[in-house]
Design a protein around this ligand. Structure first.
Ligand code: TUI
Length: 319
């Protein structure tokens, strides 16, 4: 592919991050992505200090390349996980579902690069001022917890608003998406759903099959009324949740319905009663591959589209 400000900043080959998905992004996938030249990221979401330390140890045993940790700031364990990342000298921390401002100084002092995920321009500007090294701008095509604005309109607005490098996320699943993101002014991409469909990803086979079978319109957004919208593939649980939401259930009742639902889908393979988070690109994914094969394909697609676009200049009319 190409070198960008983000490959230079982090010392990686490809400007491609693997989203730090809670429950999903564990050591084998993280190491495979970093070994392939991207940035693998541990999803620290459900972990405590000890289990995060254990996961970091596993990644270090599998790769000597840079990797990251994603901390979900809405979790009560977040301050402890920050402490672990600092003492383990993790090169890159990405943050989601909240504002990492309060931890910025501690990370900076430890030499950790902080790359927050944002879903709106205002927070991107605030976090650049607070010292973010780069910004991941995540459009609403993404799976899981999302914002309101789609990638096509979010990326150029964030790119215009900040000076640090921007990584585009949401709806990107192949080489075309990477090239398009660079055209919008991004310096890299983050992909989540595509990396669920790898042989190294440890989610239950039923979860992978559910993502494989899903078409473009098979995801829905639950939790709009609670202020925590989450994109999942439509299933029995999502239908119950949406019906209860429509009939005016309280946020507490809705939390009860969703409680433990990631464990059910990811670990037990219960795709009826579990939450199957995935982005809208699930409709264009049709095979489970090795991470190394995905990177080889991304590179090929990127240059094939690049040369097709270059051919368009033949039709350029300068008059
Ligand atoms: O965090 C994500 N995606 C996630 S987290 C997750 S686990 C989960 N499980 C059950 C319910 C909810 C989540 C699954 N997917 N993406 C990063 C992201 N962060 N997207 C949007 C944001 C965000 C939202 C609001 C970042 C900051 C923010 O506001 C903070 C503030 O202080 O203004």
């Amino acid at each position: 592919m190409v070198s960008t400000r983000i490959t230079e900043l982090l010392g990686i080959k490809y400007p491609v991050f693997q989203g730090g998905m809670a429950w999903v992004s564990t050591a084998p996938l993280v190491a495979a992505v970093s070994n392939a030249g991207g940035l693998g990221i541990i999803g620290a979401g459900p972990l405590n200090s000890d289990s995060l330390i254990a996961e970091i140890k596993k990644v270090k045993a599998l790769t000597s390349k840079p990797f990251g940790v994603n901390i979900m700031l809405m979790m009560p364990s977040a301050p402890d996980l920050v402490t672990v990342c600092i003492s383990e000298k993790i090169p890159v921390v990405t943050t989601g579902a909240g504002n990492p401002g309060p931890y910025m100084k501690a990370f900076k002092d430890a030499g950790t690069k902080v790359i927050p995920v944002v879903s709106a321009v205002s927070l991107a500007k605030r976090l650049e001022r607070a010292g973010a090294d780069a910004i991941i701008a995540e459009g609403s095509e993404s799976g899981g917890h999302i914002g309101e604005i789609s990638t096509m309109v979010l990326i150029p607005q964030v790119v215009d608003a900040v000076s640090v490098p921007v990584i585009a996320a949401g709806g990107i699943g192949d080489g075309r998406g990477i090239l398009a993101s660079l055209a919008l002014g991004a310096h890299g991409v983050q992909m989540g759903t595509r990396f669920i469909l790898t042989s190294e990803c440890a989610v239950h086979e039923n979860y992978k099959k559910f993502v494989l079978d899903a078409k473009d319109r098979d995801t829905v957004i639950t939790g709009m009324s609670t202020g925590h919208p989450v994109r999942v593939i439509r299933n029995k649980l999502a239908k119950i949740y949406l019906e209860r939401e429509k009939s005016g259930a309280t946020p507490q009742e809705l939390d009860q319905i969703a409680s433990g639902s990631m464990r059910k889908s990811v670990l037990d393979g219960d795709t009826d009663n579990g939450s199957v988070m995935a982005g809208q690109i699930c409709g264009m994914l049709d095979s489970v591959e090795t991470t190394a094969d995905i990177f080889a394909k991304l590179e090929k697609e990127f240059f094939s589209v690049f040369s097709k676009l270059s051919e368009l200049t033949k039709f350029h009319n300068s008059k």
